[in-house]
Design a binder for this molecule. Sequence first.
Ligand SMILES: [Zn+2]
Length: 316
Amino acid sequence: MQELMPQPQQLSPLVWRLRAPNPGPMTLTGTNSYIVGQGQAYLVIDPGPDIESHVQALAAAVNGLGGRVKLILVTHGHPDHYPGALSLGRLVDAPVAAYAGATFPHTVDLVDGQEVTAGGVSLTAIYTPGHAADHLCFFLAGENALFTGDNILGVGTTVVAPPKGDMADYLASLRLLEAGWSHAGTIYGGHGPEIKDPAAKIKEYLAHRQARQQQLMAALAAGESTIAQLVERIYQDVGRHLWPAAARQVLAYLLMLEREGRVRVQEISPSEADLAGQALINPSSALDPVAAAELGISSQTGPQPEKLKRYSLVPE
Ligand SMILES: [Zn+2]
């Protein structure tokens, strides 16, 4: 008896979405895998985690369209976007393309501005570090559509967590998308539904970051000095289960402000209250790999614990 394969949802003449069965706090309803193309030639963007049923469903979907997968594109190397690319590549005998500086295995190097084509469809790679150092977005000129990976999501905001995430890079990437690509008519994000007003969404993302940064500066000015104190003050509107993520965000802002010479940092010997706070910035290794990658605390060499520090504003 044949198992029922999940069917892709057609979103436009050239774009289909098949959501991976990996819902979670970091992945929302699951990772969006996209099939892009026409006729006999297709690209797959972000095959997602290495879930056999999903990889097979992607291959079957392209089969069902009467075509072949010519190339697999990866927006970034996080475990909810990339590992399925290798299995799909083997299954359909297609190369895997990713940012040239990406450290995960791939067969085609892409750089900023590079065009990739399959059949009659052409996409432009846009280097957009910040959420991850190896992050690419892709622009589909034929439909004036932007694939944003985890830089811009269909719902909520993305996590920018050091050491691999970098807030200054992320803000620069958002500004780059605003300056160069806000004429797009649709954004297809790595999670959540498609976005029909890209210009407004990019503005909203920038405004959100600006507001958080201002809240952080105000909290520092009010004398809060550890990351735990800052999170408690700034993220009152956010569920406590998200505070470890919030703590990594605050760290990302602080690192940026420190580099800009606007914040001063001091290592401290921790009090007991501080130690409780430290658990927030160094959550236990019991985190699942997707959450750990999003929070920037998984690496080949194991987690690098953040030292406890006090932060203060440098007087203007
Ligand atoms: Zn993701």
